[in-house]
Ligand binder design. Sequence first.
Ligand SMILES: Cc1cc2nc3c(=O)[nH]c(=O)nc-3n(C[C@H](O)[C@H](O)[C@H](O)COP(=O)(O)O)c2cc1C
Ligand code: SF4
Length: 509
Amino acid sequence: MTITVRLSDDALALACGANAVAAAFAAAGCEVERVSSWGMHWLEPLAEIDGQGFGPLEPGDVAAVMAGTSAKAIGPIEDHPFIARQQRLTFARAGKTRPLSLDDYAATGGWAGLDTARTIGTTATIAQVTASGLRGRGGAGFPAGIKWQTVANASGPVKYIVCNADEGDSATFADRMVMEGDPFLLIEGMAIAALAVGAGKGYVYIRSEYPHAVAKMQAAVKLAAPRIAPFEIEIRVGAGAYVCGEETSLLNSLEGKRGEVRAKPPLPAIEGLFGRPTVVNNVLTLAAVPWIMAHGADRYAAIGHGRSRGTMPIQLAGNVRHGGLFETAFGITVGELVEDVGGGTASGRPVRAVQVGGPLGAYHPPSEFHLPFDYEAFAGADALIGHAGVTVFDDGVDMGAQARFAMQFCAVESCGKCTPCRIGSTRGVELIDRIRSGAGRAVDGVEALPQMHNAPRAGRSRADEIALLEDLCETMKFGSLCALGGFTPYPVLSALKHWPEDFGGDFGG
Ligand SMILES: Cc1cc2nc3c(=O)[nH]c(=O)nc-3n(C[C@H](O)[C@H](O)[C@H](O)COP(=O)(O)O)c2cc1C
Ligand code: SF4
């Protein structure tokens, strides 16, 4: 009997050498099926045979797997603690289906949400999404139902659905995994949104660094076209700017303009793409909708913590032993995630800091590990969940350098539209260099700014410079037009608050 081996063909598995392992299984006479990724990244390439997992594999391990003597056997994948602890709604198919198989999709409940939406109609569909408590997973946590209702209420014959797949945050890959592993799920979510608001056309804006996701989505859109007609979807590829993930900047980019942030109002829901009412939603927001429509808003709303309802596909990365995709109900604490689920650092050193929410998220010391994943709890701690990327650092990290990096990132990625961000971020880098070195020298190999801005200022103490940095952060926080300038103070101030010793430097006073 031919043995069937299932291996992921997503970008991470490929980068880890999955094709060579697949070729080795094929050469050994196995039938190889390429499926989506389970999201246990440290085990890739991960092979599954009759429910049993083996990983991380190299081609040379195949003989032992076939002989039943592999030291890389991990037992039944579904029972692995990393999987068993999860509540997978959005990622229910992860590891189990062939991404571009319409048969697999339909056989695992695919299209049930769209069928329900078609049956109950637009008003009831929006009511379901609203009642589910679903909030935008792109970062701002805005209620999806309210956004959809606004677009539905807007007048005009032409409306759009725009899926934000720019996924620029550090430590994030959930959007990519949906697009590469379960593309019909996103297409179904967009089709439900289109039906709810009366849109005829949708766009998926994917970052250029995701060529595998672009290819999968292009193929999936063609295959699903008859199923979602008359709604149509077009795939667009970004050009590599972090700020193009910001929704108005993204719309400018889609229109072929420079990716510069637009002032709000008007909201995109009123005047969005080409001036038309537009739903802009993150991949995970749209991908959560089919489950809600198929299983009911009540069931979704029953899961979660506080006003954060449902599940969140959390992404564990950085210096962590068990990195990967962990979908769970809101409410799990940072400590549980990092220590229990993630298994601590990959280096085996103590965890010193955890950044949640990408480059604009705050740094958390272990004393804040009690914080639950909940939008309001994070906001109350001057922090953000963002797109739920979690980056772990061990005790070798220099938090002063991380604060400098945050300001530098803002300076490099700023769209330049407003002064607090465009100028403030550059002044912030200079200020942190002055605080840290007091002499304008390069810090940790990062190129120093010109001496004239960097040199210690006569009569100004270190405390004065820190007060100036805090004042600058205040100006950026409240004076910036968008969250790039507005949230950069979170990583900077959290680093300064929790690790003042890393800002070193003493130049009198
Ligand atoms: C600088 C910046 C970058 C952003 N990048 C992304 C991104 O990559 N993906 C995303 O979905 N939202 C991103 N956002 C948030 C979007 O502006 C917007 O809130 C989101 O696409 C709305 O969808 P949601 O309600 O489903 O979250 C970014 C915001 C800012 C300020
Ligand atoms: S905060 Fe920065 S990125 Fe945002 S609009 Fe202002 S200059 Fe542009």
